[in-house]
Design a protein around this ligand. Structure first.
Ligand SMILES: [Cu+2]
Length: 155
């Protein structure tokens, strides 16, 4: 009896770790990007959760689909003008959530090698100071942030 409960608990843990893109102490939720065109720029958003009791730091990003991927922070200056600043790194406090969302933190893709159409997916790898690399599969959503069922881009 004890043994089967242990098995059920273990199974539950396995199922839990298999969903939601769990990668140990750092989790990434709902990676998505805006549509964009080849040679232009794109933006990637997601939510980072650091479940560890120690802090970490997001140091950089890489992807095959763009010439460069940068950590950016959008903000509005005193004149109401939207500005973007490149960040050398993003600190992740112990047990902290960091939101990458329109108007704030985002991954900027510079020099896209392909169009990004709603429904497309691509990989982005996050590099941390301590944690091992995390590769995300990003889904392109339409401008309203939902999946566009237009299939004009599928062959
Ligand atoms: Cu940017």
């Amino acid at each position: 009896m004890k043994k089967s409960i242990g098995t059920i608990v273990l199974l539950g843990a396995l199922i839990l770790s298999a969903c939601g893109g769990s990668h140990g102490d750092i989790e990434v939720h709902e990676p998505w990007s805006r549509p964009a065109f080849q040679d232009g720029t794109g933006a990637v958003y997601f939510e980072l959760h650091n479940h560890a009791e120690t802090g970490d730091e997001l140091l950089g990003v890489s992807t095959d689909i763009a010439e460069a991927a940068e950590l950016h922070l959008s903000s509005v200056d005193e004149n109401g003008v939207m500005q973007m600043q490149m960040q050398a790194s993003i600190p992740l406090g112990p047990d902290a959530d960091v939101l990458f969302a329109p108007g704030g933190l985002h991954i900027m893709l510079v020099g896209l090698k392909q169009d990004l159409a709603p429904g497309d997916t691509f990989d982005v790898t996050l590099r941390f100071k301590t944690h091992e690399d995390i590769t995300l599969t990003v889904t392109v959503l339409d401008e309203s942030g939902s999946m566009d069922m237009d299939d004009s881009h599928t062959p």
